[in-house]
Design a protein around this ligand. Structure first.
Ligand SMILES: Cc1cc2nc3c(=O)[nH]c(=O)nc-3n(C[C@H](O)[C@H](O)[C@H](O)COP(=O)(O)O)c2cc1C
Length: 215
């Protein structure tokens, strides 16, 4: 294994800048502006984010999930309610989301509390998913140990047979959405010489307050 730094891996940033005066007073509006820009540059990968949760052993765990909805009240992703992350969220209903929009030289970090979205909203989203993903949700005991790939293929076949004569595959009750209600959102814009711009919004007594942090 190489026992040296990775000297060539250094990129200087300088596409844009950020000030307390230039950001929107409402962080959700600021998020929307950046998300739209990211959709233009990163296409259907703009909604990729790292979700961090707290393990029972008090060690944080991160994994990628997809943002499926955002509105004034927060940010929604979908998953298996019996998965490792879901068990962690049941125990400790707080999480953080981190977006990295490489081509924009931007990062957004969000933290807040977690709740399940209403079942009718999960139903509506599930029904929009492609057939293969709907079957996949039924077939996969997410985060559980399985013997081999064949186990999954057999599960898919079983599920296909189970719903063979039904027009509609219903949402399994072990699968659905979580809403993260933010209490803090940080916008990070890369700047030259690692002197980046960081503007943080904190929710204080129901109002968003902004401050600039050193990079
Ligand atoms: C690009 C990408 C998108 C993903 N989207 C989701 C998602 O929206 N929901 C989800 O449950 N897992 C998604 N995953 C898989 C998760 O990263 C993870 O493997 C899975 O949710 C199990 O995590 P857990 O064992 O911590 O619960 C995605 C992975 C990648 C690489």
């Amino acid at each position: 294994m190489a026992k040296e730094f990775l000297p060539g891996m250094r990129k200087d940033y300088g596409k844009d800048s950020l000030t307390k005066e230039s950001v929107h007073p409402d962080p959700m509006m600021q998020f929307e502006e950046w998300f739209k820009a990211a959709m233009k540059s990163d296409g259907d990968e703009a909604n990729v984010l790292t979700l961090s949760t707290l393990g029972e052993d008090q060690i944080p765990e991160g994994r990628i999930v997809l943002l499926k909805f955002y509105a004034e009240d927060g940010f929604t992703f979908y998953t298996n309610y019996s998965s490792n992350k879901a068990r962690q969220l049941e125990r400790h209903p707080y999480a953080s989301m981190t977006f990295h929009w490489k081509s924009q030289e931007r990062q957004v970090r969000i933290k807040g509390s977690i709740s399940k979205v209403p079942t009718e909203i999960s139903d509506a989203y599930f029904n929009e998913r492609p057939l293969g993903s709907r079957i996949g949700a039924w077939a996969s005991p997410q985060s559980q140990e399985i013997p081999d790939r064949e186990f999954l293929d057999d599960r898919v076949e079983e599920i296909q047979e189970k719903f063979e004569n039904q027009n509609n595959i219903p949402r399994p009750d072990f699968w659905g959405g979580y809403l993260l209600t933010p209490v803090k959102i940080e916008f990070w814009q890369g700047r030259p010489s690692r002197l980046h711009d960081r503007i943080v919004y904190d929710l204080v007594d129901g109002q968003w307050a902004t401050k600039r942090l050193a990079p």
